[in-house]
Design a protein around this ligand. Structure first.
Ligand code: NAD
Length: 256
């Protein structure tokens, strides 16, 4: 399939899953707007190799004014946002009674509210062109809980609820909205959790194996490429009647 002429905005795409998804969409011909913190040059160079147009905007998506600025930039520089992948997300692990209030607020702002703001800003253009795809990178933690992840689990469950509403509100159009729910993917977000176990005295490789063994029956990581290919399917005609879904890619995590 070709996404020539379409523009995809992938939030949180300077590393990890977002970068992987951006690479797959760029290889399919889409122009790409990257977003995220850190040095964007390697990601920009990687995407530019695919031949389409690419730019980076460093908006902090926990800030509504910066999200609005990102969309103004997208319309000014690219003319449209046809595919919105709401991917940026952070984690903090602590029991509820010790959960820092600032960490709660930040996670809800980024992992949930930014998905609402991105959707409300992308939808008018998608409706006007009668084509669009909103793909929210939720998590298995949008469907089940785990200890220590109150804000993350609450936000991701919220994302799945929001996905259903947007999926219903766009149901008679060529705009769709779906959520993807990955299990463990070895990115900086998960590496931090492995490092925390290693810091508590567990051998790093063992810490990685333990993490997988506890939740993911395949005992193998999902990859950003796997997720990118599913995003591509959801952008295709074959995916056009998948609406409001929460699609897990989790090595069997939720089958248990
Ligand atoms: P990551 O830490 O590798 O990447 C996160 C990206 O978000 C980076 O580009 C970072 O710069 C950006 N970011 C962080 N705070 C931001 C902010 N305030 N504004 C804008 N950008 C910001 O993480 P990842 O593992 O690739 O996670 C991506 C998404 O996938 C998240 O929503 C996460 O919850 C979800 N997810 C990850 C896993 C996993 O196992 N890694 C599993 C399920 C779901």
């Amino acid at each position: 399939m070709t996404l020539n002429g379409k523009t995809a905005l992938v939030t949180g795409s300077t590393s990890g899953i977002g970068l992987g998804i951006a690479q797959v969409l760029a290889a399919a011909g889409a122009n790409i707007i990257l977003n995220g913190f850190g040095d964007a040059q390697p990601a920009l160079a990687e995407i530019a190799r695919q031949g389409g147009k690419v730019a980076h905007h460093p908006a902090d998506l926990s800030n509504v004014a910066q999200i609005e600025d990102l969309f103004a930039f997208a319309l000014r520089e690219f003319g449209s946002v046809d595919i919105l992948v709401n991917n940026a997300g952070i984690q903090h692990v602590a029991p509820v009674e010790a959960f820092p209030v600032e960490a709660w607020d930040k996670i809800i702002a980024l992992n949930l509210s930014a998905v609402f703001h991105g959707s409300r800003l992308a939808l008018p253009g998608m409706r006007a062109r009668n084509w669009g795809r909103i793909i929210n990178i939720a998590s298995v933690h949008g469907l089940v809980g785990s200890t220590g992840k109150a804000a993350y689990v609450a936000a991701k469950h919220g994302v799945i609820g929001l996905t259903k509403v947007v999926g219903l509100e766009t149901a008679t159009s060529n705009v769709t909205c779906n959520a993807i729910c990955p299990g463990w993917v070895l990115t900086p977000l998960v590496q931090e959790q492995i490092d925390a176990r290693a810091a508590a005295g567990v051998d790093p490789l063992q810490a990685q194996e333990d993490l997988l063994a506890e939740k993911q029956p395949s005992r193998a990581f999902v990859t950003p490429q796997h997720l990118g290919e599913l995003v591509l399917f959801l952008c295709s005609e074959a995916g056009s009647q998948v609406r409001g879904a929460a699609w897990n890619v989790d090595g069997g995590w939720l089958a248990q």
